[in-house]
Design a protein around this ligand. Sequence first.
Ligand code: PLP
Length: 384
Amino acid sequence: MNLSNENSAEKLHIQTIAVHTGYNSNSLDGDIMQPIHLATTFKRKVDGTMNDYSYTRSNNPNREAVEKKIAAIEGGSEAFAFSSGMAAINALFENILEPGAHIIIPDDCYHGTRNLLDKFFIRWKVDFSEVDMTDTKNVADAIKSTTRLIWMETPSNPQLKIVDIEAMTSIARQNKITIACDNTFATPLLQHPLLMGVDFVMHSSTKFFSGHSDVLGGVIIVKENTAISERLREYQQIAGAVPSPFDCWLLNRSLATFPIRIPLQCNNAMALAKHFISHPKIEKVFYPGLPGHINHKIAVKQMQGGFGSILSILVKGGKQEAINFAGKLRIFKHATSLGGVESLVEHRRSAEGAHPLSPDNLLRISVGIEYIDDLVNDINQALE
Ligand code: PLP
């Protein structure tokens, strides 16, 4: 896939953008890699006016560089980096929803997003409908005169449901409602919601963008500059939930290898999904790449770069069997989060807080870049 370079009409491949976009050395040292700008404040010009940077909450060279790279990777006009995925979601909700507004979210939405609405936006009397978005009619039926936002997550967390992005965009357009997509699971290497008509894309950059489980971050990418995107920039600078220069630097560095990490992770996940499906101790496998997955056809249509590296399984028996399996694994670690180079497994229900939705025997697996035979052998010994 080709995306345009910020500085020229030349079309560059995502692999090239991920290495180069966002930083051109202009220092006397000619450093090839951007240094970390730890300064919180920057000198004004002799005439008293501001230079490009004034104060790090407003902007910082490392944040600017990573935002440019992410905007280009996702095919948007501008990106806004935040200190976590939840801070990014909160920023978008604060600027699109008003008191008394209505929002439609997926019925198996990331539990943090649901919590944000349930615990905090409730003070604004924001009303939310949780809808099975795999049937677009459910979304059309849920629209009210107060609906301001349709929030998609595809694939969803943790049941890997797939939403038809184009169909959903067309419903949003017909009803003049803003539409946003949490693209954390798919990443722009697999799917491009902005090119399919979505207004805002959000990422927990803690996950695949960082890829090494050592940076917390979130980002919103806009298709084009609008009054809302200008407000988002102001909100980011004033509310101040911004990532540190070091986190931006780490994220920028990690993004360089993102287009080569993802295909390997997807291949490993597909191989594991196929392995699990024929295993006598596994009841069910949720992976959109399997022909038997309920939304496989839509996944084939819109996930053109692969089916992702997250899968969920139901272990035969119940919670105890699932926990025992997770505990016996040697290479996979039992921990929350996903998208890193290392394989993780998690008993989701016990991580879902006050409104758990996952079956008790569900384990979510984030597949890393380890050698596939080692992963398969680890699973076999743990299921023995
Ligand atoms: N969206 C999805 C799909 C997630 O999985 C997560 C975290 O797990 C988030 C958003 C929130 O991101 P963060 O943990 O970076 O705040």
